[in-house]
Design a protein around this ligand. Structure first.
Ligand code: SF4
Length: 380
């Protein structure tokens, strides 16, 4: 199977979901890394009490998010042999579960389980959600694709509030054992001043515990705006910043993200990204999108504008997940994703945006296809 075919296969697996036999899952949660639901749930079905992998590797190293769907034609089977991926009865290729980090069994000095504080996304990205709360849910103004509240109440598997010292200890453990190459930090939407102060404390703790001068990775805060706020985020010591714009088309953005769009306009996001590139440097700023809820044309217009500003893009493949308002809908076809993401990769290559892989790479998460499409062009 060639590399392009793995991109197509990943798109299929994200759009159709996957299942696995009990034998194939036997060592998930002990030898291999399991889901811990640090923020959103991406499976097509809830699976309380069932341990499932977070993600897995295809033979060329492509990282794929595991999205449980018991109706999917894709299935991982092991039968006493290394796990292999089947489509119905046809064997497609071998797959590898990702090793479970050693720190997942350790505790912080304040006796908290480290795995409940920070989790590894993909194969190398240490994820901290510093507050699992979003102010848009109480007024029913949440983004239509978001299942933050339902994931938290269904699984209740991570600490809602984390002590900054605990975060530093987890970072030290994860970097020391080689599981983390970058960090990804995000929280819900709350008071801007408080958020910046909290992020500054968290980054100081991570720097103190790891000895890193600046921390490779990305902060995805509530929409940061204005040079002053952006400089303060830069001063925390994080190397990159992202802006979750979600949808490029302005009217669709307003319809799909009623709460967020009432607080931050499309225009404000674009101005913030422009300013952030001046402060963090080209390639160290990300526009983050949910891909599959707007036409390819408007999505690609957005990619063109953002890449033209010197920023990168992370477009997550939409999952119509349980607990979101769009639960049970269907994402576009895998063909649509591959075609659209390939055009996005062309645009980014032509714009000459630095890859930014020091802060976010194709091994960081299994739910975006763009970094895989860029890897096919030698940008990784
Ligand atoms: S801003 Fe939207 S995507 Fe983010 S947590 Fe709130 S509802 Fe979810």
């Amino acid at each position: 199977m060639n590399a392009y075919r793995y991109l197509e296969l990943k798109a299929e697996l994200l759009v159709e979901g996957i299942q696995a036999t009990p034998e194939a899952l036997r060592e998930v949660g002990t030898k291999y890394k399991e889901q811990n639901h640090g923020l959103f749930g991406w499976d097509f079905e809830d699976h309380v009490g069932m341990v499932l992998p977070d993600d897995f590797l295809l033979p060329d190293g492509t990282v794929v998010q595991f999205r449980k769907n018991s109706h999917s034609p894709y299935r991982v089977v092991s039968n006493g042999k290394p796990p292999a991926l089947f489509k119905n009865e046809e064997e497609l290729c071998g797959v590898e579960w990702i090793p479970r980090p050693a720190y997942y069994t350790e505790k912080t000095t304040s006796h908290h389980n480290m795995v409940k504080i920070g989790q590894i996304g993909g194969a190398d990205c240490l994820f901290f959600c510093y507050q699992n709360y979003c102010s848009f849910f109480p007024n029913h103004e949440q983004c239509l694709f978001c299942n933050l509240v339902s994931t938290s109440s269904t699984y209740d598997s991570v600490l809602k509030k984390k002590d900054t010292g605990d975060i530093g200890e987890v970072a030290r453990a994860a970097f020391a054992e080689g599981m983390a190459k970058h960090v990804l930090l995000t929280g819900g939407c709350f008071n801007h001043q408080k958020e910046i102060e909290l992020v500054a404390d968290i980054l100081k703790s991570i720097r103190d515990y790891t000895g890193l001068d600046r921390v490779p990775g990305t902060i995805l805060p509530s929409p940061a705006r204005g040079e002053e706020e952006l400089k303060r985020y830069h001063d925390t010591g994080i190397k990159a910043i992202g802006f979750s714009m979600e949808i490029w088309d302005e009217r669709l953005y307003q319809a799909i993200c009623p709460g967020k769009s009432s607080g931050t306009s499309h225009e404000e996001f674009v101005r913030s990204i422009e300013s952030a590139v001046r402060i963090f440097g080209a390639g160290n700023v990300y526009g983050v999108f949910v891909m599959g809820l707007e036409p390819a044309k408007t999505f690609l217009e957005g990619v063109k504008v953002i890449a033209g500003l010197g920023a990168n893009i992370v477009p997550f493949v939409w999952s119509p997940n349980p607990g979101s308002i769009l639960e049970g809908h269907r994402a576009p076809s895998s063909r649509w994703y591959v075609d659209t993401v390939s055009q996005a990769a062309d645009i980014i290559q032509q714009a000459g945006v630095p890859s930014g892989t020091e802060n976010h790479c194709y091994r960081c998460d299994g739910n975006s296809l763009l970094h895989d499409a860029l890897r096919l062009k030698g940008i990784a």
